[in-house]
Design a protein around this ligand. Structure first.
Ligand code: CA
Length: 377
């Protein structure tokens, strides 16, 4: 089998209501999908996290290297692309581009052998995964005390057993928001907070001490990803587990992060950190270092499907026992018109549980009408 065509699809959709993380306001969302065709008629789909036009430029530049190559040689092609760009792209958009290519190759491999990707990655430890609701961002012209409590209670009513609150909007405001959400969801639903690296270690420790009483599942990206000493200071000062890694890349980046003991929970994004090939290697390293792995997921149904296949094969966080702690799926509940529209069948949750797709490859079908509808001008 040979690769014949590599295509990029830049998609864009306006939001009905803008929302904010600590990093800024958003009124549109984009996606960058990779489509790889073969001479045997099999087509694979992948997705890149990150700035869509930049990752598309990476994939379009790499495409000629892939034409004529055997798509089943996933590790070899990964290493070929990485080695050719090593001097210029050990992190960032180059690896994000490589990630989308790698995921598409795994989709082809699964379709070629007629099995789900999880089977090729080692086989499913689990066929369904507990999902946590990512939401609770900020909106304009509303009272956050009211809408955060309502939104959080809504997730619990839908059956989610864990929710994540965005923080990073000022320590006092964050502490209020955390208390309000904890009161809204009750004592048993898990609550995580995510600052999107809005703080330095001084502010993060101050916030952590104010919210420790609310039984926080993890404190995500408390400080900028470059500030490893800051991560370690926050981790040492708080009883809350510290999470991060959505801005880190490849086995090499995570090796350094694991050696530094900066994290309790690593969150590589499959569409950014190097694809399925690389994230399986990172996951194996995480286990060896005793670091939990819960992937970052902020994409379309392709990103969700790829993450589910990896989550299916990961060992539980705690060793096999009667009550193992299993890795969980980040399930973005914020407005994203592209997310499920590109799939012929959406990947939905039932009472906060999501099934791993059981079709061959990633197990998803792409709706080309939706690609045309959301194509960026
Ligand atoms: Ca995050």
């Amino acid at each position: 089998m040979k690769i014949t065509v590599v295509r990029t699809h830049i998609l864009q959709a306006a939001l009905s209501q803008s929302f904010a993380s600590s990093r800024g306001w958003y009124d549109t969302r984009t996606a960058m999908l990779v489509e790889i065709e073969t001479d045997q008629g099999i087509i694979g789909w992948g997705e890149c996290y990150g700035p869509a036009r930049m990752t598309a430029a990476v994939v379009d530049s790499v495409a000629p290297w892939l034409i004529g190559e055997d798509p089943l040689r996933t590790d070899c092609l990964w290493q070929m692309i990485y080695a050719r760009l090593r001097d210029h792209g050990q992190k960032g958009v180059v690896i994000e581009g490589l990630s989308g290519i790698d995921i598409a190759l795994w989709d082809i491999k699964g379709k070629h052998f007629g099995v789900p990707v999880q089977q090729l990655l080692g086989g499913a430890q689990r066929t369904e995964v507990v999902a946590y609701a990512t939401g609770l961002l900020r909106r304009k012209a509303d009272d956050p005390v009211r809408y955060l409590a309502e939104e959080a209670a809504g997730y619990v009513a839908e059956g989610f057993s864990a929710v994540k609150l965005k923080v990073g909007f000022g320590v006092e405001a964050d502490a209020d928001a955390t208390r309000i959400v904890r009161e809204a969801i009750g004592p048993t639903v898990k609550l995580m907070v995510d600052a999107n690296h809005a703080y330095d270690s001084v502010a993060a420790i101050r916030l952590g001490r104010m919210i420790e009483q609310h039984d926080i599942g993890w404190f995500e990206e408390p400080v900028p990803p470059e500030d490893i000493a800051g991560y370690r200071a926050v981790k040492a000062a708080l009883s809350i587990p510290i999470a991060g890694g959505e801005c880190e890349f490849t086995r090499f980046g995570f090796r350094d992060l694991f050696v530094s003991r900066a994290l309790d929970i690593a969150q590589p994004d499959i569409c950014a950190a190097g694809g399925l090939s690389e994230c399986k290697k990172i996951a194996d390293m995480a286990e060896a270092f005793g670091v939990r792995y819960n992937p970052h997921v902020w994409g379309t149904g392709i990103a969700i499907a790829a993450s589910l296949h990896l989550l299916a094969v990961l060992p539980s966080h705690t060793p096999p026992s009667l009550t193992p702690v299993a890795p969980i799926l980040e399930f973005d509940r914020t407005e994203y018109p592209i997310r499920q529209a590109i799939l012929s069948e959406p990947i939905e949750h039932t009472r906060g549980i999501v099934s791993v797709p059981d079709g061959s490859g990633l197990g998803v079908e792409i709706d080309r009408k939706a690609l045309a509808r959301f194509a960026a001008r």
